[in-house]
Design a protein around this ligand. Structure first.
Ligand code: KG4
Ligand code: ZN
Length: 354
C-alpha cells in the first residue's frame, strides 16, 4: 500500500511516498526559510505563496523518486493543522483534488501527532509513553496509551522554538535561531547568567516569554563590560541593526548568553519530561518537533532519564523538522484504524490533539 504524505503547515512544502508503515520511498522538502531570514521570522503570506509555487513540482518529484505513478497511490494523508492557515489550505486543497481525481481515500493528520510518530520508522513503538513536543509553534507534554494521546500540559505563552528564534533575533543573530544558538552555546559558559524559572507554571506547563524578556533587557543593558549582569544601561538605539548588536555585544558575550539561555530552557524541559514519566510510571519519553534536533536536549535528556531507568527516543535529524514522511506515517495509522476524511475537510490552524 502506497501513502502520499503532504505537509504544508508553515514554511516547508513537503511530499513523501510511504510503502506500508515503515518504508519511505521518497521524502522531498522545499523550504522557504531563505525568504524569511531578513524578517527574522516566518512571514505567513510569503510562506503560503511559496507552498503554492512549490506544491506541484514537489509532488511530482516525490512520485518520481519513489519510482511510481500517481495512479499507483492508495491513500493521501495531509496536514490538517495546527499551522498557518494560508499554508495549510494549499496542502489541503491539493490533497482533496488529487484524492478526488484518483478516487482514493483522504486522511487529515494532526501535525503534532505526526512529530511523535517520526520516531517510529522501522521500530515497534512503546505501548505507553510520555511525548515531549517542542517546535516553533508548540511546547507540550503528552501521555500516549492504547493509541490515544492526552495533553498533560503546554506552554502558556511562547513555544520553546519561538523563544530560541526571538532570543537569536534580540542578539542580532539570523533566523531560525534554534540551530544557531545550539552551536554558539557549545562554546559559551552556561553559568554566565542565571535565569529564574517562571513561577506561575503548572506542574506540566511551560512559559518562555519571561526568559526571552530577560535576555532582551540584558542585551539592551550591555555595553562592553565582560559580564552582562554588571554592565551599565545602554538602550538599544532606534534602528540599531543586527550587525551593530553583534558588534556591541562581542562574540564571547553572545556565546555566554546563548549557553546560559539554552542551559535554562532545556533544563526546564528535561526536568518536566522526567517528572511526567515518573508521574505516569512510564519507561519511555518520545521527543518530537524541530527543537528535538537540539544537541544539548538530546544529551541531557538521554543522560538524566537513563539515570532513572527511562529510555528517550529522538527522531533521526531529517525527521526532526517538518517533513511529509511523518504525515504519511500518521495518516496510514489512522487509516488502518478506520479514519476517513471527507472532501469538505478544511485546514484548521488551531487543531488540537485528539
Ligand atoms: O517542527 P518545526 O520544524 O516547525 C514547526 O512545526 O514549528 O520546528 C521549527 C523550530 C524553529 O523554532 C527552530 O529554531 C527550532 O525548531 N530548531 C531548533 C534546532 N533546530 C531547529 N531549536 C533548538 N536547537 C536546534 N538545534
Ligand atoms: Zn513541526
Amino acid at each position: 500500500m502506497l501513502t502520499l504524505g503532504i505537509e504544508t503547515s508553515c514554511d516547508e512544502t513537503s511530499c513523501a511516498v510511504l510503502k506500508g508503515k515503515d518504508t519511505i520511498l521518497s521524502n522531498i522538502v522545499s523550504s522557504s526559510l531563505f525568504r524569511h531570514k531578513k524578517f527574522g521570522g516566518v512571514v505567513p503570506e510569503i510562506a503560503s505563496r511559496h507552498c503554492m509555487e512549490q506544491i506541484e513540482c514537489v509532488f511530482h518529484e516525490a512520485v518520481r523518486q519513489a519510482h511510481c505513478k500517481p495512479s499507483d497511490l492508495d491513500l493521501i494523508a495531509v496536514t490538517q493543522g495546527p499551522g498557518l492557515i494560508g499554508s495549510l489550505l494549499v496542502g489541503v486543497a491539493f490533497a482533496k483534488s488529487l484524492a478526488y481525481q484518483l478516487g482514493i481515500p483522504l486522511v487529515g493528520v494532526n501535525h503534532m501527532e505526526a512529530h511523535l510518530v517520526a520516531n517510529f520508522f522501522g521500530t515497534p513503538e512503546p505501548k505507553r509513553f510520555i511525548g515531549l513536543l517542542v517546535s516553533g509553534g508548540h511546547t507540550m507534554l503528552t501521555f500516549s496509551e492504547k493509541g490515544k494521546i492526552h495533553i498533560l500540559g503546554e506552554t502558556i505563552d511562547d513555544a520553546v522554538g519561538e523563544a530560541y528564534d526571538k532570543v537569536a533575533k534580540i542578539m542580532g543573530l539570523s533566523y531560525p535561531g534554534g540551530p544557531i544558538i545550539d552551536k554558539l552555546a557549545r562554546e559559551g559558559n552556561p553559568r554566565a547568567v542565571h535565569f529564574t524559572r517562571p513561577k506561575q507554571e503548572a506542574r506540566f506547563g511551560f512559559s518562555f516569554s519571561g526568559v526571552k524578556t530577560a535576555v532582551l533587557y540584558l542585551v539592551q543593558g550591555f555595553k562592553k563590560t565582560p559580564s552582562p549582569l554588571s554592565s551599565p544601561p545602554c538602550k538599544r538605539g532606534r534602528g540599531e541593526g543586527e550587525g551593530a548588536i553583534k558588534k556591541r555585544l562581542g562574540v564571547s558575550t553572545i556565546k555566554d548568553l546563548a549557553a546560559s539561555f539554552q542551559h535554562a530552557v532545556i533544563g526546564w524541559l528535561v526536568e518536566k519530561a522526567i517528572d511526567a514519566a515518573e508521574f505516569k510510571k512510564v519507561k519511555d519519553i518520545v521527543v518530537g518537533g524541530g527543537v528535538s534536533a537540539n544537541s544539548y536536549l538530546r544529551e541531557k535528556l538521554t543522560r538524566d532519564a537513563a539515570a532513572k531507568g527511562i529510555k528517550v527516543w529522538f527522531p533521526p535529524f531529517e525527521f526532526s523538522t517538518d517533513n511529509a514522511a511523518m504525515i504519511a506515517r500518521r495518516g496510514f495509522e489512522l487509516y488502518q484504524r478506520g479514519k476517513r476524511s471527507k472532501l469538505n475537510m478544511t485546514g484548521d490552524p488551531g487543531l488540537t490533539i485528539s
